[in-house]
Design a protein around this ligand. Structure first.
Ligand code: NAG
Length: 260
């Protein structure tokens, strides 16, 4: 009996280690399968109309997203939790598709709001429950003739490839900190976030809008660290002392870490 129980406990240990190894692998973002949707575009070739937007990324050239961006329909937007997520989109099954079905890789930076004065199948493309991509015009022009207006597409989630660490842009004051989080790699999205002043413990931040999180806490004059958990992969990273004790609203601080 003793040998059989030690056999089963070592087997259980092996299973535990295997499960832990699988969880580690799962924590990395991997591409999803392909799904069907439709895509349109908004703005012109300068993509100036895509600046700002419901994720809070502001000027997309300054925040590093450029013109490879997309506005998601409400169904995909998940109340802002999809901000920063990355997609490969290719035109599919239309004579307007470019040959070879090239794909555009885009980051979600905006919401395509519903318009209930238009039929969901004729103009109200972003009305729930439709999954719809309203791409920047330069991104749309990579996959199809823009004169098509709307094309059927295949899409999949892919890991976001970003240069350098996560960036934290500050608003607020010594008692209320609002942080705009950009340049997020891996899943690209944020599920939970905490801040720690050099004189405080970890303080849970609440989701404000888009990719912005806030804490009502006395944090002035302290160096700040952040802990963020990916919405998709649940991986957590900690960026120690990203902002020095003389941090200021209006400034952006870049971590040395990012998601895989
Ligand atoms: C919604 O659709 C109507 C009818 O086409 C249009 O007049 C209106 O400008 C649209 N609203 C928005 C916010 O785009």
């Amino acid at each position: 009996m003793a040998s059989s129980s030690s056999f089963s406990s070592s087997w259980a240990l092996a299973l535990l280690l295997l499960t832990m190894a699988m969880v580690r692998v799962d924590a990395r973002m991997s591409p999803s399968g392909w799904s069907l949707a439709h895509a349109t575009f908004y703005g012109d070739e300068s993509a100036s109309d895509t600046m700002g937007g419901a994720c809070g990324y502001g000027n997309l050239f300054n925040s590093g997203y450029g013109t490879n961006t997309v506005a998601l329909s409400t169904t995909l937007f998940s109340n802002g939790y999809a901000c920063g997520s990355c997609y490969q989109i290719r035109c599919f099954g239309s004579p307007h598709c470019y040959r070879g079905y090239p794909f555009a890789t885009v980051t979600a930076t905006n919401l395509c709001p519903p318009n209930w004065s238009e039929d969901s199948n004729n103009g109200g493309w972003c009305n729930p429950p439709r999954t719809h991509f309203d791409m920047s015009k330069p991104a749309f022009m990579k996959i199809a003739d823009w004169k098509a207006g709307i094309v059927p597409v295949m899409y999949r989630r892919v890991p976001c490839i970003k240069n350098g660490g996560v960036r934290f842009s500050f608003q607020g004051n010594g008692y209320w900190l609002l942080v705009y989080v950009t340049n997020v790699g891996g899943g690209g999205d944020i599920g939970s976030m905490w801040v720690k002043g050099s004189k405080t413990g970890w303080i849970s931040m609440s989701h404000n809008w888009g990719a912005t999180y806030q804490a009502f806490a006395t944090l002035g004059g302290q160096s700040l660290s952040f802990k963020i958990t990916s919405y998709t992969t649940r991986e957590t990273i900690i960026s120690w002392d990203v902002a020095p004790s003389n941090w200021n609203a209006g400034l952006t601080y870049q971590a040395s870490t990012n998601f895989a």
